[in-house]
Design a protein around this ligand. Structure first.
Ligand code: ADP
Ligand code: MG
Length: 555
């Protein structure tokens, strides 16, 4: 094919493809525009996962009537005027690409009024061209309505996920900006139901309550509180880190609860993620991730926001200074507001990898120098022999004798394994034993979780959970699987099972009677995989007769 310049429509669609990946990208651009316009109230409405309808209404400065069509021209912006400004970007938008990109892949209507106009302006765009323009009354501010997203781009439509998933991305985006801007009152209505509403009173803790619920918010620690001992201004590199971080016990299984804002711009950043995780090192269980809501403020000239098509990544001029500032601020917050003396112990207790001595017991020991190898697989036979319970030590371990030596059983891990196998079996037979609750429990979810929960309520029902919507973001838990003693938490498939197995399992620290210990050991013998708990930690440690003899120097 000979080289030729593509037609306008194709060019517009290619450009749009970079900015508008999914409905949540549209929401992000429109919310950023509203914030740039100085809005103090922003309402987002969504229908059909954002594909049928997306509407963002703000009370910001509005677009002057004469400039409304211009706002849809590619690279038309009121936020910068030349290359010099690119070095010093203080607004969220600056490329003048969002409105034309959205108009290239959807039907768009804008109703806006600025302070200097007596009446508002209405404009309708289809296929990137103006189809209607008129005067219309409106209070100061802007409403942008986007319909039939990607109707003209079937390839994109095909790659979208389910409606609840897309709604979840949108809810997450609005939640993030609600956390970034506690002084702005946000409202999100999904399919006609309000799922998030923030007060806009300006306190971060209020926004955290609105997004994550009171239980999580109650365990958040302030980073650089305004009246604290480390209320100093920016550090040497001009970096100020503020926000809140979760107490280590709030550890989450994924990184979805890490929110970073750079000069209030919501960004993804491996550097910042790493800095926060470093600050939690030794305090949080291995494999768990903290909750954090942090704003990194620094001179705009020290951060390049022009490196990513959706502006969701940035580059810091002084990366290591930023890294250190974040790590230090978070660590200080954790140390200042937590009981410190146990740090060393906690670190050891939280390590998921078995400590040396334990590992050595699980290994064949041809040579004592070998004992430091931590990850050699346990050599226990695939099933447990019949064991005689001798007793309990530290209210945590059962001591038992087998045909070949001594066995130590972690009572919690063992019980987890037993419950996990039972749950799996019931799940396979699809008849969970259900325990109705006399008084329903309540479950508070984030706006994003609301969407996901809506999607998986049926499969949760198959596990024996009866959930009933109650208010905007609360569910009543009417029934739980019978094996679950009064606690409700869940994820998907295996993780649901593992979590169910853990909750309600015998705890370490619990004294057990002889009969209880015998029952536990009998049940463990019956499981298909008795040597590890569902999380992969060992349930049993074996010290063979031969090893004992060697340890005591008898052989
Ligand atoms: P950018 O935000 O990069 O300038 P956009 O395409 O998002 O580009 O918007 C183009 C222009 O339209 C903006 O520079 C701004 O002047 C105007 N605009 C868009 N949305 C709003 C809004 N909600 N309130 C006021 N002005 C807006
Ligand atoms: Mg913009």
């Amino acid at each position: 094919m000979p080289i030729k310049v593509l037609d306008r429509d194709t060019i517009a669609q290619i450009a749009a493809g970079e900015v508008v990946e999914r409905p949540a990208s549209v929401v992000k651009e429109l919310v950023e525009n509203a914030l740039d316009a100085g809005a103090t109230q922003i309402r987002v409405e969504v229908k059909g996962g954002g594909v049928s309808l997306l509407r963002v209404t703000d009370n910001g400065g509005g677009i002057p009537a004469a400039e409304v069509p211009l706002a849809f021209e590619r690279h038309a912006t009121s936020k910068i005027s030349g290359t010099a400004d690119l070095e010093n970007i203080a607004s969220l938008g600056f490329r003048g690409e969002a409105l034309p990109s959205i108009a290239a892949v959807a039907g768009v209507e804008v109703l806006t009024r600025s302070d200097n106009d007596a009446a508002g302006t209405f404009i309708q765009m289809e296929g990137g061209a103006v189809t209607r323009q008129a005067s219309q009354a409106r209070a100061r501010g802007t409403t942008v309505t986007v319909r039939n997203l990607f109707r003209r781009v079937p390839a994109r439509l095909k790659f979208l996920k389910s409606t609840p998933t897309e709604n979840g991305h949108i809810a997450n985006c609005v939640s993030q900006y609600a956390l970034a801007c506690p002084e702005v009152a946000f409202e999100l209505a999904v399919e006609g139901k309000t799922t998030l509403r923030t007060s806009g009173r300006g306190r971060l803790i209020d926004a955290v309550i609105d997004v994550y619920g009171v239980a999580t918010a109650g365990k958040m620690l302030a980073v650089k509180p305004p009246e604290g001992e480390f209320a100093a201004g920016p550090d040497a590199a001009g970096v100020t880190v503020t926000g809140m971080v979760g107490a280590p016990e709030l550890g989450r299984s994924g990184r979805g609860h890490l929110s970073f804002f750079v000069n209030r711009r919501w960004v993804n950043s491996r550097l910042l993620t790493y800095a926060v995780e470093e600050a939690y090192r030794g305090l949080i269980m291995v494999g768990r991730h903290p909750v954090a809501v942090l704003n990194i403020a620094l001179p705009p000239a020290d951060v390049d926001v022009n490196i990513h098509p959706a502006k969701s990544e940035v580059k810091f001029r002084a990366e290591s200074e930023v890294f250190r500032a974040v790590q230090r601020a978070v660590r200080q917050a954790l140390v200042a507001q937590m009981p410190v003396p146990q740090v060393g112990e906690t670190a050891a207790a939280y390590q998921a990898a078995p400590p040396r001595a334990r590992a050595s017991w699980m290994l064949p020991q041809p040579d004592r120098a070998d004992i430091s190898v931590p990850e050699a697989p346990p050599t226990l036979a695939t099933s447990l022999p019949v064991l005689r319970v001798v007793g309990q030590v530290m209210n945590a371990y059962i001591v038992a004798e087998g045909p070949d030596g001594l066995y130590l059983i972690d009572q919690h891990a063992a019980h987890e394994r037993i419950r996990y196998d039972k749950l799996r079996q019931q799940r396979a037979e699809s008849r969970p034993q259900i325990q109705g609750l006399l008084e329903p429990g309540t479950l508070e979810v984030t706006p994003q979780q609301t969407q996901i929960l809506g999607d998986c309520r049926e499969s949760l029902a198959a596990y024996g959970f009866a959930l009933e919507p109650f208010g905007e973001r609360t569910y009543l838990v009417r029934a739980v699987p019978a094996l679950l003693a009064g606690e409700a938490r869940g994820d998907r498939e295996e993780r649901i099972l593992a979590s169910l197995a853990c909750h309600g399992a015998v705890r370490s620290g619990q004294a057990l009677s002889d009969a209880e210990m015998r029952a536990l050991v009998r049940d463990l013998e019956q499981t298909a995989n008795p040597h590890t708990c569902p999380h992969g930690r060992p349930t049993v440690i074996h010290l063979s007769a031969g090893q004992l003899e060697r340890e005591f120097g008898r052989s």
